[in-house]
Ligand binder design. Structure first.
Ligand code: GDP
Ligand code: CA
Length: 308
């Protein structure tokens, strides 16, 4: 079975571990967000792609909730001591990956190609594609000014309320090689329980990807990142309230208007959750262990199968 999954970072990584437990990973293509990418200390960092890589390679830190397990921070301490840019947390093991990627990009290798090499080296069996090889960056507009995503999220601790988002470079960004084929050949299209605005939004800002979803032949199912109207972690609920007018399933579905046939929601959100034109699939959506990850993946896959 062929499955294409639009994927952000940590929420997507949890979900994808369930997906590859439910179906043969050889048929799974994750289409990842690059709107969060940044250059820092001379390195090219792709936080969401790396969250997926580390989780699928079994190397993510489940307690901290991001980055690599068994991480140490010597290089960053040295950066701090020397007065360098130390606001973005880069661990020693993580830095090794950024060195390899940065060197490859510098000599002209596309992001999709180096990502494939990293995935293979880490033993990741699914196919991970960046949404685009072109430069696409999420810009967060607030009353305090416009910030790059990581500046807003990490440096300023996402304290500024978001008035608007835009995606620099999206107008001219082409899907990375393999992205449109994966969507076209998919038996099922899934949208991971990622932040709709800053994780899935930048992927859908690539015009040809949005059009591929609009014109899909396969059923498309999204998984809500909210449980009881609250994000498991991060600013998705605050952003939903401000930018989508609420945190109910209907508002989550509205983020994907015309792009999905069904939405997986948590039991805690099921009361009165009728959404015109979108079927709801109710389960417990917390994925804090292997059972939870498999349950949510199966709910989405079975929901899609019922639509075919
Ligand atoms: P980020 O870029 O690393 O923040 O990753 P994502 O955008 O992929 O994931 C963040 C979203 O994942 C948040 O809105 C969380 O609410 C959601 N999330 C994290 N864990 C879970 C989970 O176990 N279940 C559900 N339903 N959502 C989750
Ligand atoms: Ca992210």
């Amino acid at each position: 079975m062929k499955v294409a999954v639009l994927a952000g970072g940590v929420g997507a990584a949890r979900f994808l571990r369930g997906v590859v437990a439910a179906v043969d990973p050889a048929g799974v293509t994750a289409i990842g967000n690059v709107g969060d990418d940044l250059e820092i200390l001379g390195l090219s960092v792709s936080p969401d792609l790396d969250s997926v890589l580390y989780a699928l390679a079994g190397r993510s830190d489940e307690v901290r909730g991001w980055g690599r397990a068994d991480e140490t921070w010597n290089a960053l301490e040295s950066v701090s001591e020397l007065g360098g840019d130390d606001w973005f947390r880069l661990g020693d093991r993580d830095l090794g990956l950024h060195l390899v990627r940065s060197e490859a990009l510098r000599r002209g290798e596309p992001l999709s190609a180096v990502t494939a090499r990293l995935a293979a080296a880490l033993g990741v069996e699914l196919t991970l594609l960046p949404a685009t090889d072109d430069r696409l960056r999420t810009i967060v507009e607030t009353r305090a000014g416009a910030f790059s995503f990581q500046e807003w999220f990490v440096a300023r601790g996402h304290r500024d309320e978001v008035d608007r988002l835009h995606f620099d470079g999206a107008d001219s960004a082409a899907p990375a090689p393999g992205v449109l084929a994966a969507l076209d050949e998919a038996d099922v299209i899934l949208i991971a329980p990622s932040n709709p605005f800053v994780s899935i939004g930048p992927i859908l800002a690539v015009k040809a990807i949005r059009e591929a979803l609009e014109n899909r032949r396969a059923p498309a199912v999204a998984v809500s990142p909210l449980i009881g109207g609250r994000a498991v972690k991060g600013p998705a609920d605050a952003m939903m309230t401000r930018l989508a007018g609420g945190t109910a399933p209907r508002q989550v579905a509205d983020c994907y208007k015309g792009l999905i046939d069904a939405l997986v929601i948590d039991e805690a959100d099921a009361d009165g959750a009728e959404i015109p034109g979108v079927r709801t699939i109710v389960t417990r959506t917390l994925m804090d262990d292997a059972d939870g990850r498999l349950r949510v993946a199966e709910a989405a896959l079975e929901g899609a199968a019922a639509l075919r």
